[in-house]
Design a binder for this molecule. Sequence first.
Ligand SMILES: Cc1cc2nc3c(=O)[nH]c(=O)nc-3n(C[C@H](O)[C@H](O)[C@H](O)COP(=O)(O)OP(=O)(O)OC[C@H]3O[C@@H](n4cnc5c(N)ncnc54)[C@H](O)[C@@H]3O)c2cc1C
Length: 413
Amino acid sequence: MKVIIIGSGLAGPAMALALKRHNISCKVFDLRDQAAFDGGFVALAPNALRALDRIGVYDRIRTQGWNYEEFRFLSSRNLSRIATVLNGSQRKYGYPALRISRGIVRQTLVDVLQEQQIELHFNAKCVQFEETDHSTVIATFADGYIEEADFLIGADGIHSRVRSHLDPNAVPTFSGQLGVGGSLSKSKLPKSGQEMYMPCLILGKLNSFMFMPCTYSGDRVNCFATVEGEDRSREEWTELQNDKSALYEILQSHHENERWPEVVHVASKSVDLSSLSLWPNNYYKVPELSSWSSSSGRGFVIGDAAHAMPPTGGQGAAMAFEDALTLANTLALLDQKESAPHQDLVSQWQVARKDRVKKILAFTSKGGDMRKSSASTFQQLVKEWVMWAYFLLRGKDAGLSWIYEYDTEKLVL
Ligand SMILES: Cc1cc2nc3c(=O)[nH]c(=O)nc-3n(C[C@H](O)[C@H](O)[C@H](O)COP(=O)(O)OP(=O)(O)OC[C@H]3O[C@@H](n4cnc5c(N)ncnc54)[C@H](O)[C@@H]3O)c2cc1C
């Protein structure tokens, strides 16, 4: 069996490593240059780390980010605690949660992939994907190169070219929000900030501000604001991403219409300019696809290409890894049982994954609702009380074990 993977973000390399476990050969293609750097940070929950452990990546990244278990919601009025939620637990889930640079995760995946001698081609933009009538797929690249295989996996992100082949009408729409953030040395925070519990999300009346340590020792802190903005073309987003002074201005303007604690002002003023990044991508919504596979069951989309989700649940990368490992297991099953009903297995995989992603999306939008602005200080107070009561009733795991306990190896088709 031969597989073509389009995209070497997070889902693509995870897919390649998961196929390698089954001795299935694949080639990965990415339109970017090898040196392209991924900015920003991700919080990897136990379900993401369990998947990375299975493909030999977890041990390499474990000490390159901040390991934590509890996450707190604080009020912007006086930094008082609204609620504490368990985001990871060595004892309960087998893994803590990990806040880490997205670039480190992606580079480690690529390193492991290259050590395992899996072919990875950069500057390779897939422009077309066709299915032949002799049960193969053909990918065509911008420079005219052509590759044929048994299956093609589109792990090509939110603006996926492969998805446009499966469903030309599934065009992402901008949600009106974007995240801007960077990192700074913890020592630059005022004393009150250095003593404040982290990771935490400070909920304001109009907005929210996140503080998360992002190195193993916790000496650096990633801070992050969700702000409102207008849609732009992809070229304009890239231009803004590279304009660090403009990003700095956006981060400052976050405080204009609201009183924030000193720690928020100091952090946004002291953030290292070079670390500032903007990532509007996950604030685009992809309409629900009728299918994640082509009519022949030989072309697939996974990760953000199939179901981009807002970052408010911290599950985008986790879903990409889960898709990759479960799809690799499904393809391995097809490889073993030449005569197995191909479409049956493909659709069973799809039903199981769509069901899980739908539930995760519902959880993620609840996280988004918590961050929505309140019309008045009274309404903000009511929101804080409702959150306090809700989390008190649900207990420390907040009823989230179904998310964090998920194990890709337990999906039996
Ligand atoms: C601000 C922010 C915070 C987030 N926080 C979290 C978090 O805390 N936890 C979490 O789990 N997730 C988080 N996420 C989400 C997570 O980063 C994404 O879900 C994840 O990166 C998706 O991986 P992917 O491989 O599907 O797509 P991508 O990482 O976007 O990779 C797609 C790749 O495909 C390539 N490509 C595109 N088109 C082509 C083509 N035509 N030919 C060849 N190559 C192509 C691109 O160059 C790219 O390398 C966050 C996202 C944002 C924006």
